[in-house]
Design a protein around this ligand. Structure first.
Ligand code: FAD
Ligand code: UDP
Length: 383
């Protein structure tokens, strides 16, 4: 490590942003990435039919952070993209988040009008509301409506996604998807909603393309980094290294699982190719109820790739993370609850004695971050 000032572990958004910032500040940066590619979970590539896919699940950029968007815009062009989702409820494809259109499609006219009127009266000037506020409302019609949406949209989807009931997961998870009191059918309400013209991988190539950055793929940091907690020192390939180390992988892995595993939910991702222009009428269709998968994504809608003869879709099957089974060994979603936070804190407290290691990202911080939040956090760390 003599030739480097900074070690960055992981080439996802956390690692790539930090590497770039430190490189621009004149530091020599080594990025090590255990996968065979850059981009982390944002990695995008071409399938055998030529259709571009997001290999680790669908990713849509949306943010209210001007700073995060400004940072990204330096490395590629973007096109405006407002994401919309449909959900299959009682055999019909209705907008998700559930809104007035969904209500009108699923309830008879008289009932729908009555409920809309009550919602307007009880929540004047409110654009969106948590499903949890509707189910506990004291007006019986609003409560019944809330219970319907809860049962048809949230209960089974959440059971599939998290392997447990809604009441056992952190409310912030459910509240990512509100009920909309109006006709706005966009999935996100953020100020900036765009997708990269040449895809996410190209964006990462440009971020990491700097004379002060070297990237080494297929390299697990565990094979080169040793932490001596007694001496409070870090060693790389046996030599002491006192420079900054930004770690964006899973914290329990770094700490040899000393305090036990940090649980995650994972996904089994099944891609299907079709010799057709389109498979479905929308980019994402959610299947809250009957099917085993949670949603189907058709990538051409996200990338705007033109091809009249081919399309690729992805079905997501949630599963329990299992480090020993390659099929389930990708940690996708941290599970936020008191017990897991306690384990995380033990790791964090122990690592705090090693002042040159900093944690950043969805895995390292064990937080359900969207990409813009990760970029924002990385930028703050580098200031
Ligand atoms: P990652 O992208 O996971 O990068 C960490 C990197 O570190 C990985 O490449 C990993 O291989 C590497 N690494 C780990 N351990 C080691 C090690 N020991 N040695 C070397 N390298 C290591 N966000 C949005 O904003 N919009 C969306 O639409 C969206 N959709 C999502 C859909 C799904 C299915 C999931 C799971 C997440 C979604 N997200 C979305 C969140 C987004 O994926 C994350 O916020 C973002 O990718 C996190 O970046 P990161 O750098 O923290 O982690
Ligand atoms: N959710 C649901 N039904 C839906 C969509 C979402 O119950 O049709 C719940 C589910 O618990 C999910 C959470 O809302 O995990 C967050 O959804 P989001 O679409 O943000 O999940 P992500 O894209 O991060 O997988």
């Amino acid at each position: 490590m003599k030739n480097y000032d900074v070690l960055v572990v992981g080439a996802g958004f956390a690692g790539a942003t930090i590497a770039r910032k430190r490189a621009e500040q004149g530091k020599k940066v080594l990025v090590v990435e255990k996968r065979a590619h850059i981009g982390g979970n944002m990695y995008e590539c071409e399938g055998e039919n030529g259709i571009r896919v997001h290999l680790y699940g669908p990713h849509i950029f949306h943010t209210n952070s001007e700073r995060a968007f400004q940072f990204l815009k330096e490395f590629g062009e973007f096109f405006p993209y407002e994401h919309k989702v449909l959900g299959k409820i009682d055999g019909k494809l209705v907008p998700i988040p559930f809104n007035y259109t969904s209500l009108e499609m699923l309830f008879d006219k008289e009932n729908a009008e009555k409920i809309k009127l009550k919602l307007k009266r009880n929540f004047p000037d409110v654009e969106k509301i948590s499903i949890l506020d509707l189910v506990k409302h004291n007006d019986v019609d609003i409560k019944e409506f809330g219970q319907y949406v809860y049962d048809k949209v949230f209960a089974n989807y959440t059971a599939k996604q998290w392997g447990t009931t809604v009441d056992k997961i952190d409310t912030s998870v459910i509240n990512r998807v509100p009920v909309v009191l109006g006709y706005d059918d966009r999935y996100f309400k953020d100020k900036f909603q765009y997708m990269p013209k040449e895809g996410f991988t190209k964006l990462f190539e440009n971020i990491l393309n700097h004379e002060n950055i070297e990237v080494r793929l297929n390299m697990n940091v565990k094979d080169i980094l040793k932490i001596d907690f007694e001496k409070k020192k870090t060693y790389i390939n046996g030599e002491e290294f006192g420079g900054e180390i930004f770690y964006t992988g899973a914290l329990d892995e770094l700490m040899n699982y000393e305090y036990g595993n940090l649980p995650y939910r994972t996904l089994e991702l099944k891609f299907e190719n079709y010799p057709e222009e389109y498979y479905q009428e929308n980019s994402v269709v959610n299947y809250p109820n009957e099917e085993e998968f949670t949603r189907i994504t058709e990538f051409k809608y996200l990338t705007k790739q033109e091809d009249k003869e081919h399309t690729t879709i992805l079905k997501e099957y949630p599963a329990q993370f299992d480090i020993h089974n390659p099929k389930y060994a990708d940690p996708y979603y941290p599970i936020n609850n008191d017990k897991n936070q306690e384990i995380y804190k033990k790791y964090q407290d122990k690592l705090a004695s090693i002042s040159n290691i900093k944690l950043c990202g969805r895995l390292a911080e064990y937080k359900y971050y969207n990409m813009d939040a990760v970029i924002d956090r990385a930028l703050t760390l580098c200031e």
